[in-house]
Design a protein around this ligand. Structure first.
Ligand code: HEC
Ligand code: HEC
Length: 201
């Protein structure tokens, strides 16, 4: 009986150490792969994939529109109808700031808001994202002629601290926040910039 038990123990031990060796090998292989993947163009491309999913989220895309903002997760045309106007702030009585408050979301009226007085506005038409493929969106984003003259560092800063961006993680009402944690998103942007802002074709 005791013989059986000790035999079982040694088999179990042998199994464990073989397992440990396999695990160590697996970890080493993956660590090596990880080092290769975490730098340069492949890393930038992988990061871009995650970034694009955020930019194409309704919380961002609803403002990066051609002429009329969209509302909600279903992206319906803004009710009441508002248009860009010459300064991206709407026209006449339908100026964005007449309803959207700089001090934050108004939970009573259900009107989103952020960023201080007069910040809420449609993104300039050079920053139109709607309808772009992932590659075209990527090329738009890093094109200083269209992105407000932002280099990589400025893009990181914008994603890190711009109130209209941060609003996407605190949108109020029953609007879905951007699903990826904000710091993880900023890290992806940093990886993309460090890897040369590579874009898919
Ligand atoms: C309320 C409208 C609004 C929302 C919502 C919004 N943006 Fe923007 N966005 C703007 C405006 C306006 C600008 C132009 C700001 C400037 O150039 O100073 C802009 C510019 C940008 C830029 C720099 C230019 C470019 O297009 O490359 C980035 C990057 C950006 N937004 C990211 C985001 C992200 C990410 C989200 C969602 C988490 C978002 N925005 C949501 C209005 C909005
Ligand atoms: C008459 C008031 C009013 C005006 C003017 C107005 N909005 Fe709105 N807006 C609202 C209300 C209310 C909501 C919330 C609707 C809802 O969620 O059902 C809203 C929602 C939005 C959203 C949706 C956010 C999301 O992701 O769901 C965007 C984007 C937006 N407005 C942009 C603008 C822009 C840009 C302007 C100016 C060109 C503007 N709005 C002018 C009242 C207004």
């Amino acid at each position: 009986m005791t013989g059986w038990i000790s035999l079982c123990r040694s088999i179990a031990k042998a199994g464990l150490s073989a397992g440990a060796v396999l695990l160590a090998t697996w970890l080493t292989l993956h660590a090596q792969q990880g080092t290769i993947d975490r730098s340069g163009a492949p890393a930038a491309l992988a990061a871009w994939d995650h970034i694009a999913r955020v930019l194409q989220h309704p919380r961002c895309l609803n403002c990066h529109q051609e002429n009329v903002p969209l509302q909600g997760d279903m992206r319906r045309v803004h009710i009441p109808l508002v248009v860009r106007g010459p300064d991206n702030h709407g026209v006449g009585a339908m100026r964005c700031g007449n309803c959207h408050n700089g001090s934050g979301n108004n939970e009573t009226s259900g009107t989103p808001g952020a960023g201080g007085p007069g910040l809420w506005q449609l993104a300039p038409s050079s920053m139109l994202w709607q309808g772009l493929s992932s590659g075209d969106l990527c090329r738009m984003l890093k094109d200083t002629a269209r992105n407000g003259g932002r280099d990589g560092a400025k893009l990181i800063e914008h994603m890190e601290s711009e109130p209209l961006v941060l609003w996407g993680w605190n949108p109020g009402g029953d609007r879905t926040p951007v699903p990826m944690p904000h710091d993880a998103f900023v890290n992806e942007v940093k990886t993309w910039v460090a890897g040369g802002m590579t874009c898919p074709s």
